[in-house]
Design a protein around this ligand. Structure first.
Ligand code: 9J3
Length: 288
């Protein structure tokens, strides 16, 4: 009797689960993907700091997933003016759990300008590629040289844009957040670029920095602009943990779509994206 009861309740619970998931998927075709991209991904991760040095940047940490299928795409992330890895390293662990090898760097001098940060990011991309060739590396024979992205905060975001402007042929995606670069013109960028901005950014005001940065990217280059209504200069940093869900989701989806060419993630950026996101964003654009 007890056995039968358990059996029937199992069926009952399964039926509820099935009907709930089909209900949410009618309302929003992305529901389960939205949920899974809003938090840590399926992979356990490891991190290490022991690797050959590069003159273009200071220390660095590489985060990578365990038990990933196939080769890993790589992402290099640079901090902003006076910042260190810890200010932005939540991206390292978050992206690694979703299947990427991520190098988070310190600049040589915390006051390095965006130009130096661009060189640092490209050197970090080369480090990731080299880790795939280095026998002692945990990433030996695990890196896809042709899937590399750059990211960065503020002056590091200016650096990511400058890097993309000069090296689009070497990159698959760029994600500057609250980018800082006066008069920044990135019209040579052909790599798909997601620009993250905060409407309440008083350090790199969006109408002087991120918005004109976005607009300077030529028509024909896939690009997206998301401006968080309440977002300040640190909207996508480690400290803004209440926003890591939405920040991570757009960032991961951008990499999945453009670096991994996974079309399931396209509607994260098109008109069919989460309607609840619109409430958080004061401005949103997607063009390709
Ligand atoms: O990287 C940044 O946060 C830029 C901030 C800034 O205002 O730099 C002025 C020198």
């Amino acid at each position: 009797m007890q056995h039968a009861l358990r059996y029937y309740s199992l069926i009952f619970v399964s039926l509820i689960a099935i009907s709930c998931s089909s209900m949410t998927s009618r309302m929003d075709p992305n529901a389960s993907l939205v949920e899974s991209l809003s938090r840590q991904g399926p992979h356990q991760i490891r991190a290490y700091i022991s690797m050959p040095e590069a003159p273009e940047y200071g220390g660095a940490t590489i985060y990578y997933p365990l038990n990933a299928n196939g080769l890993l795409g790589g992402v290099a992330v640079a901090p902003g003016f006076t910042e260190r890895q810890r200010h932005i390293n939540w991206w390292g662990s978050r992206l690694a759990t979703h299947g990427y090898a991520v190098i988070v760097l310190d600049t040589n001098d915390p006051r390095d300008r965006p130009e130096a940060r661009a060189l640092a990011l490209m050197a970090a991309v080369r480090t990731l590629r080299a880790e795939g060739q280095r026998q002692e590396s945990p990433l030996f024979e695990k890196i896809d040289n042709n899937r590399m992205a750059v990211m960065g905060h503020s002056m590091g975001g200016g650096g990511a844009l400058l890097a993309a402007n000069a090296n689009s042929n070497e990159l698959s995606a760029a994600i500057p957040f609250t980018s800082w670069q006066p008069e920044g013109n990135f019209s040579n960028v052909t790599v798909p670029t997601l620009v993250i901005a905060g409407a309440a950014d008083s350090i790199a005001p969006v109408d002087v920095h991120a918005w004109p940065h976005y607009q300077s990217i030529a028509v024909g280059t896939p690009k997206a602009f998301m401006e968080v209504t309440e977002g300040d200069h640190f909207v996508a940093n480690s400290s803004a943990s209440d926003l890591h869900g939405i920040m991570g989701r757009y960032g991961i989806a951008w990499l999945k779509l453009h670096m991994d060419k996974d079309e399931r993630y396209r509607n994260f950026f098109t008109a069919s994206r989460q309607s609840s996101d619109s409430a958080l964003l004061s401005r949103y654009e997607f063009e390709e």
